[in-house]
Structure formats: C-alpha cells, structure tokens
Design a protein around this ligand. Structure first.
Ligand SMILES: [Zn+2]
Length: 247
C-alpha cells in the first residue's frame, strides 16, 4: 500500500521502521450506563485479529480505572493468555469491562441516535517494505493525533464555499441489502466514513475515473494519485463485522 498523494499522504504516515499502514482498526464506544462508573465501553464482539494454523494475534483489553477507559495492547502467540473469542458484546448487549454492568442494545441504539456514540482506535495493521505479511501493533498517541489532523482538515474543507464532499444521500431502508446501521442513527452514506476516509474520497474517485477512461494512475511518489484502496484504511466496522483469520 502506498502512502498516497502529497495532499493526504501525511494522514497515512509510515512507522519509523518503514512499515506502511494497511488498516486502522476502530471500536465504536459508549459511556457506561452505570452512573457510579461512567467508563468508556468499547463495543467489540471478539478480540481476534488473526487466526491461522501457526499464528494467533489478538487484542488485549487493559482496564485503566483512573482514566475510566480501556487501553488496547496486541498479544501474539503464547501471550494470548485470555479467550480472544470474548469481547464486550454478547447478543447485541455490551458489558462494561470496568464495572461489569450490562448496557442493553436499546441503550446502545439510544446513545448512537443521540449522537453520543464515539470511537476508539484499537490497533494498526502494517506491512513492512518488501513484505506481504501483516503486522499488528497497538494504536499510539501519534496515530490518534494524525487522525485528529484529518478531522480538523475536513472541518476546514467543509467550511469553505465549495460543494460538500461528504455524501449526504440517504442510506437504503433497514433490511435492504442487509443494512441495519440505520437502527443506530446512521442515516446517510457519509455517516459510514471516517474524516480521513472522507478526505480521501475525491482522490479515490479521481483514480476510478482515470481507470474508467483507460488512463493509468501514475506510480506512487511525487505528485501521484493514491491507490484507491487507501480510502478503506479506517475500519469503522469494529471487530463485530470483521472476518476472522486475516492473512
Ligand atoms: Zn461501567
């Protein structure tokens, strides 16, 4: 995966060792309904990142009582000393990892519709230069701060007198093509993308357009277009919908 064009490439920085990001994994979050707790609950159905014959990689949840939240680490092989099949979600309800109170599905939908559902970066998937094997590492403050830059950049772009780049068309009704996110108050196509993805959309569209007209995007590098796959790097689906056993 290339790091894209000059305009958005800085939003997808490589690691100091040269590994390039191929996916940012996110969990949606809600505030714990227990008034005595109020911790941030990540909504994760299972913690596996990779399950192969010789390789198991999983997220480890580390409750941080002082910060009223969970920190995520990446455990691999013998370090997976917990059951990675168990996350915080079960049959649509969530359980707070700090106080163990259940947040029922009705509460989750209500919080999302009210715009109070948030998101937490859990891990970053990278690929080393010249390799195809995926590496998994915990998300860092730097990852969060780079994402924050894209939120600010999108706000600035939308503040200008230009056509809005955020797709405002309504999503299909619940049940169409398996769409159920509407129950959570996600009603427009733009609601499905992160700020970073929304910034990348015009570039992805340009690449598709060039390919449709038989033009080849320039190889990556100075002045080039990003590969269209870059738009999907921020994975907001959460563990719930992610296939197990990534390569
Ligand atoms: Zn709690």
């Amino acid at each position: 995966m290339a790091n894209g064009s000059n305009a958005i490439g800085h939003l997808y920085p490589s690691d100091p060792d040269g590994s390039a990001p191929v996916a940012y994994l996110w969990a949606r979050t809600v505030k714990c309904p227990n008034p005595a707790c109020g911790a941030i609950i990540p909504l994760i159905s299972q913690l596996l990142l990779c399950k192969q014959a010789r390789r198991t990689v999983a997220l480890r949840m580390v409750p941080e009582k002082d910060r009223r939240r969970v920190r995520f680490e990446v455990a691999e092989g013998a370090s997976v000393t917990f059951d990675p099949a168990i996350g915080t979600m079960q049959r649509g309800d969530a359980k707070c990892p700090l106080c163990e109170q259940t947040a029922p599905v009705t509460y989750l939908r209500q919080e999302c519709r009210a715009g109070r559902m948030s998101q937490q970066l859990t891990a970053v998937v990278t690929v080393a230069a010249g390799s195809v094997g995926k590496r998994y590492r915990a998300a860092t403050k730097e990852d969060e701060s780079v994402f924050e830059q894209s939120v600010l950049a999108l706000e600035e772009l939308r503040g200008r007198n230009e056509p809005d780049i955020v797709p405002h068309e309504p999503l299909p009704p619940v049940g169409t093509l398996g769409f159920r996110v509407n129950n959570y108050g996600l009603l427009k196509w733009g609601d499905l993308f992160s700020s970073r993805q929304l910034l990348a959309l015009p570039y992805a569209t340009k690449v598709h357009d060039m390919q449709f007209h038989g033009e080849k995007p320039k190889p990556t590098g100075e002045g080039s277009w990003p590969l269209h796959g870059i738009v999907y790097l921020d994975d907001l689906r959460g563990q719930a919908d992610r296939e197990q056993g990534e390569e």
